[in-house]
Ligand binder design. Structure first.
Ligand SMILES: Nc1nc2c(ncn2[C@@H]2O[C@H](COP(=O)(O)OP(=O)(O)OP(=O)(O)O)[C@@H](O)[C@H]2O)c(=O)[nH]1
Ligand SMILES: [Mg+2]
Ligand SMILES: [Zn+2]
Length: 373
């Protein structure tokens, strides 16, 4: 399936993997169209149309029909939607229907995700392996492919960079060392992201360099970036909402576009935050570690309810690089699970209220970080 998608800087032909056929309005359908949500702002969605409207109009600012709310349907960036009540002159419409989504990355909330790229800075702020593990575990929760970018490579010595790459590859992820200052690794990452159609989400702590990376990947993009600050060199929560941008196709591929349409990659910039949630189920946590998945594919532990802490009969043992990080995560998950259910419910409600106040349950307000008010 193809759709026209502009990113504010360029229009490209886009494949929409897994989505249904684009809605093609007939004569009886005046005022209707379909497209993809590329950003949420307050109570509005910005929708990129599958086919341009009158005078080449590609984007509409949309409200949501209240029946979506009544049916408990949230709209997120990445969702495919059908529109009605289009006012082409004002550039406005209403989202009438939500197409089924393949998956949802919970935080940052993005639907129909094909790849999550966790961006961690090697310095400024210092790389925190536990925090990085939490981001990777959260990324695994979407079911999408997960890659790791080690950013700000210009700030560390070459030997330290090589060691870091080797260490993190042992975690089971493709690693991309990168510097937007020197250009190191940019071509490799650009090629990697273009190699598959669909939606890639950049996520990671504030100040890691996500928006700088997108500015470097997409010509003419000018996302706001800001220097890290304070003793801990923390980010300043510069990006305030999730937004999708289109990666231009390879020049050679663009020439061949008419004959062999090339799928374009969409990349989401997202607000940084510091402490991703862990899953509540220890089994889900274990499955979010590639090291455990890979080892268990070769031979199972003796007991079905094994906690994979290297006890008798455990196929994992303790001799693997992220063992202590896994143990810390498991202890946290088990501690929360052991809280009596009434308290746990209250805690979950509090978390959910906090998330609602941060706009995580309502579109358009993805902008604050509970760890960093
Ligand atoms: N030395 C160095 N600094 C970089 C690099 N990439 C980004 N920076 C700097 O890191 C700081 C933070 O970059 P941003 O792109 O705003 O970080 P972010 O991850 O988007 O942050 P949030 O929007 O707050 O989540 C800026 O001062 C950038 O100039 C790099 O490769 N090397
Ligand atoms: Mg940013
Ligand atoms: Zn085990």
């Amino acid at each position: 399936m193809q759709a026209l998608l502009g990113c504010g800087c360029e229009s490209v032909v886009v494949e929409s993997p897994g989505a249904s056929q684009p809605y093609r309005p007939g004569p009886a359908d005046a005022g209707r169209a379909s497209g993809r949500v590329v950003a949420l702002q307050a109570n509005y969605c910005r929708v990129e149309l599958d086919a341009p409207g009158p005078e080449g109009c590609r984007r509409l600012l949309c409200t949501r029909r209240s029946r979506l709310d009544h049916e408990g349907l949230q709209v997120w960036v990445g969702d495919r939607v059908r529109l009605e009540g289009i006012d082409w002159t004002a550039g406005r419409a209403a989202v009438a229907q939500l197409e089924p989504r393949r998956n949802l990355l919970q935080r940052p909330a993005v639907a129909n995700v094909d790849r999550v790229v966790v961006v961690a800075a090697l310095a400024e702020p210092d790389l925190d392996p536990l925090q990085l593990t939490r981001f990777l575990v959260a990324a695994e929760g979407s079911g999408a492919a997960v890659d790791l970018v080690l950013g700000k490579a210009d700030l560390v010595a070459e030997l330290a960079l090589r060691q870091a790459c080797a260490d993190f590859e042992a975690w089971g992820y493709p690693v991309f060392p990168l510097s937007t200052r020197t250009g190191l690794g940019l071509a490799a990452l650009r090629h990697h992201l273009r190699s598959a159609a669909g939606i890639t989400v950049l996520c990671g702590p504030s100040g890691a360099g996500k928006s700088s990376l997108l500015n470097a990947l997409i010509p003419d993009l000018d996302l706001r970036v800001a220097a890290v600050s304070g003793r801990l060199q923390r980010g300043r929560h510069t990006t305030r909402h999730v937004e999708l941008f289109a990666m231009p196709s390879e020049p050679a591929a663009a020439d061949a576009l008419a004959l062999f349409p090339v799928a374009a990659a969409l990349v989401a910039d997202t607000p940084g935050f510091n402490r991703p949630e862990l899953p509540s189920d220890p089994v889900v946590l274990a499955q979010a570690f590639p090291e455990i998945r890979q080892r268990l594919a070769l031979g199972l532990c003796r007991f079905r309810n094994c906690r994979h802490l290297g006890d008798l009969g455990c196929a994992m043992g303790t001799d693997w690089p992220r063992f202590s990080l896994y143990r810390q995560c498991l202890e946290e998950v088990e501690a929360i699970a052991s809280v009596p259910s009434r308290v746990a419910t209250t805690t979950r409600r509090r978390t959910s209220r906090r998330q609602t106040s941060q706009g995580l349950s309502r579109p358009g307000r993805e902008d604050s970080d509970p760890d960093h008010p």
